[in-house]
Design a binder for this molecule. Structure first.
Ligand SMILES: [Zn+2]
Length: 340
C-alpha cells in the first residue's frame, strides 16, 4: 500500500540513513526493522542449499535470489514436465524436457546476476551428500521421504540447520530443524511401499509454503532466535496451526543411528512419482563417447549435464532417466542403449 510513499525522500533516508553497496535495490528490506542493513549484509553473505527444484524449490530459489542471498547450491535430479508449469515458477513452456537445474540456473541468473550459483543435476544420496557441507542452511524441497530422511540424518550428524517443507492437496507443513532439537524422524515415518498415487495440489499452497520456508531461512540468516515448531497451513479453509513437536525417545536419528547415511536402503531403480520416469543408477560414463555412438543411430540433444536420446536421459554420473510403462521395459531400454 505504501510502496510509493518514499518517492520524495532521498536515498540515504530510505536506506535507514546509511549508504550501502547495493544502491536502492534492497531499500525496502533495509528499512524493515526485522532485517536492517546488518541483516541485509548477512543475507548477502549467506550460502543456502536447495534440495529439489520443483513446486517448493523453484519458488524458494526465486525468493532467496530476489532477497539478495549471495550463494545458492541447486540440486535436482529431474527434468521439466508440462504438468509442472502450473506450480514451478522458474520454468516456461520452452523449458519442458530440460534439466531443472539448468533451466533454474539460467532464470535465476537473469533475475540477479550477482548471485553465485552451483548446480548439480544429481540424485542426492549417501555418497554425494557431502556437498551440503558448505551450506549455512539446507532447504528441503524434495517430494520424497527417503531424500528427506537422508538430509535429516546428515544435518543431525554435521550439526547443520535445515528447514523441512512439504505440501499435499490444499495443505502444507514447514519446520525449522536444529541439531539438538527434535527432527523429522521424531514425528514422520517412511511408509512401507510408498506408491505413486498422485493426489493433486493447488498452486497457492505450494507458493505459500515456500514463502513460509524462505521466511524461516531469512530469520535464521539475520540471526533471529527461531523456534523449532511445526507449522501447518490449509489454504482452502484457510486455517493455520503451530504444533510443538517433542523429541521422540525412540527416534533412531536422534540416537545417532544413521541408516540412510550408511546407504542401507539404496535402490538401483526408482520410479519418480512426479514424472513417471524410471531412474537407474548405472556406472559412470563418458558423455562424449555416448554422444558419438548415439549420433550414428538418431538425434541426440547435448545439454552439457545430460544427453537426451530417444526416451533416455543420461547424466555424467551414470544416472539414467527412462520414460517407460514398466520396470521391465525400463531395464530393457537401459541394457539395449546404455549397456549393463
Ligand atoms: Zn529425532
Amino acid at each position: 500500500m505504501d510502496e510509493g510513499k518514499g518517492e520524495g525522500e532521498d536515498q540515504s533516508e530510505r536506506n535507514g540513513g546509511k549508504k550501502n553497496e547495493w544502491g536502492e535495490k534492497y531499500s525496502r528490506q533495509i528499512i524493515l526493522p526485522e532485517i536492517g542493513l546488518e541483516g541485509q549484509r548477512r543475507i548477502n553473505e549467506a550460502k543456502v542449499a536447495i534440495v529439489g527444484l520443483g513446486a517448493l524449490g523453484s519458488v524458494a530459489a526465486e525468493l532467496l535470489v530476489r532477497a539478495g542471498v549471495g550463494n545458492l547450491i541447486l540440486i535436482d535430479r529431474d527434468v521439466i514436465e508440462d504438468s509442472n508449469l502450473p506450480r514451478q515458477a522458474l520454468y516456461v513452456e520452452e523449458d519442458v524436457g530440460k534439466s531443472k537445474v539448468m533451466a533454474a540456473k539460467k532464470r535465476l541468473q537473469e533475475i540477479n546476476s550477482r548471485v553465485k550459483l552451483e548446480e548439480y543435476a544429481i540424485h542426492l544420496n549417501y555418497r554425494n551428500i557431502n556437498l551440503l557441507q558448505q551450506a549455512d542452511i539446507v532447504l528441503d524441497c524434495t517430494d520424497n521421504l527417503k531424500t528427506r530422511f537422508l538430509i535429516n540424518e546428515y544435518c543431525k550428524k554435521e550439526k547443520k540447520k535445515w528447514i523441512y517443507a512439504a505440501t499435499i492437496k490444499t495443505k502444507g507443513y514447514v519446520m525449522s530443524i536444529f541439531p539438538s532439537g527434535p527432527c523429522v524422524e521424531c514425528f514422520l515415518s517412511e511408509k512401507v511401499g510408498e506408491t505413486c498415487d498422485t493426489s493433486g495440489v493447488v498452486n497457492t499452497i505450494t507458493f505459500s509454503i515456500a514463502g513460509l520456508q524462505v521466511t524461516e531461512a531469512l530469520k535464521i540468516i539475520v540471526g533471529k532466535e527461531v523456534e523449532s515448531r511445526l507449522y501447518y497451513y490449509d489454504i482452502w479453509q484457510p486455517e493455520m496451526r503451530q504444533l510443538q513437536i517433542p523429541k521422540n525417545k525412540n527416534c533412531l536419528a536422534c540416537q545417532g543411528e544413521f541408516r540412510y547415511l550408511r546407504g542401507d536402503d539404496q535402490e538401483s531403480m526408482i520410479k519418480f512419482c512426479s514424472s513417471g520416469r524410471y531412474q537407474i543408477l548405472g556406472k559412470k560414463v563418458d558423455l562424449y563417447v555416448m554422444r558419438e555412438r548415439w549420433k550414428m543411430i538418431g538425434p541426440v540433444v547435448d545439454e552439457g549435464v545430460a544427453l537426451h536420446f530417444k526416451n533416455i536421459i543420461l547424466f555424467a554420473d551414470g544416472r539414467v532417466l527412462i520414460k517407460a510403462k514398466s520396470e521391465e521395459e525400463a531395464r530393457g531400454t537401459y541394457s539395449k542403449w546404455v549397456g549393463n
